[in-house]
Design a protein around this ligand. Structure first.
Ligand SMILES: NC(=O)c1ccc[n+]([C@@H]2O[C@H](COP(=O)([O-])OP(=O)(O)OC[C@H]3O[C@@H](n4cnc5c(N)ncnc54)[C@H](OP(=O)(O)O)[C@@H]3O)[C@@H](O)[C@H]2O)c1
Length: 277
């Protein structure tokens, strides 16, 4: 059976062994082994996934979205945002609970489990006080990477109260001691590029950029993301806060139009833009 206890292990196994191309796996409890058995529990062949084992519909859908990313790439930077059908992440009064269904949280935790870093802008930490862990499933949590140019953050936020590691990128000269946190300073000029180079140099391979809109838009405009994923709830909100804040363009020829994949996730859809195409 594939469940919250072994889904992360399964995904990470596939990530590690993708060079084999086709995989035939038997899954025993938590241990996943390659098998020569005629009827394996899971077959992965040219991105087609066949489960001959019990798996919930939602975890199957999570696998169907994440496995192709893992088999196609050694490294990737993927952005994601949860939004309404009309492109909003919150009402104008800031109310954002809950635009997306709870299944999207499970999915996000699966995605975090295959990433070694999860990156957010400082406003997301201040407004949401998130944990950014994989607590809905049993998997290791990524290092939290926070862009905080003027070093506003302090120990009061949840991410500084557990034992997971954090890195804050800043321009500030303030001397602050923040729990479990490495503070990395770069000048304002070329700030984002320096962050990107640092992450490459320090061997981060799979990074999830989880928002908010300002951070994601900056990464998209700087062409640093390989994929951008929208978890779209079939909800119409009217006016509210946009999921992206891209600079205006004057000609539709300059719109970002790339290959995409559409997947179901419970009652919602996930659209993945391949920004390298
Ligand atoms: N629906 C979702 O999936 C989702 C996910 C995450 C967040 N959110 C929502 O998004 C909202 C926050 O989004 P936001 O757009 O206001 O802020 P944000 O992206 O979280 O943080 C933006 C701030 O981070 C710093 N920053 C980020 N990238 C930078 C870069 N490349 N260079 C320089 N500075 C950079 C800047 O800080 P300074 O202003 O200090 O210079 C910037 O103002 C929250 O309300 C949260 O609930 C929604």
């Amino acid at each position: 059976m594939i469940n919250a206890n072994n889904i992360a292990e399964l995904l990470n196994y596939i990530k590690k062994h993708k060079k084999i191309g086709n995989l035939r796996l038997n899954i025993k409890g938590k241990d996943i082994k390659i098998t020569k058995s005629k009827k394996p529990d899971l077959v992965l062949q040219n991105d087609k996934i066949i489960f001959n084992i019990k798996i919930s519909k939602i975890l199957r859908q999570c696998c169907e979205i994440i496995i192709p990313l893992l088999t196609k790439n050694d490294n990737f930077l993927i952005g994601q945002i949860g939004q309404s059908l009309d492109g909003k992440i919150a009402l104008n009064n800031g109310n954002s609970h809950y635009i997306n269904e709870k299944e999207s949280i499970l999915y996000l935790h699966c995605l975090r489990a295959v990433c070694d870093g999860v990156l957010v802008g400082v406003n997301t930490v201040i407004k949401d006080n998130p944990l950014l862990t994989t607590r809905k499933i049993k998997g290791s949590s990524p290092v939290r990477l926070i862009i905080d140019p003027s070093l506003k953050l302090s120990n009061k936020y949840k991410i500084f109260k557990d034992n997971n590691q954090n890195i804050i990128f800043t321009n500030s000269n303030k001397q602050k001691k923040i729990n479990n946190t490495l503070i990395v300073k770069f000048p304002k000029k070329n700030f984002t590029n320096n962050i990107f180079k640092y992450l490459k140099k320090t061997s981060f391979k799979n990074i999830l950029v989880e928002g908010g809109p300002t951070t994601l838009s900056n990464f998209i405009e700087m062409k640093l993301l390989n994929y951008m994923q929208f978890i779209i709830s079939p909800t119409l909100i009217g006016s509210g806060i946009d999921s992206l804040k891209l600079k205006p363009i004057t000609n539709l020829k300059n719109a970002i139009r790339v290959e995409n994949t559409i997947s179901k996730l419970g009652k919602e859809i996930v659209m993945t833009l391949n920004l390298n195409s």
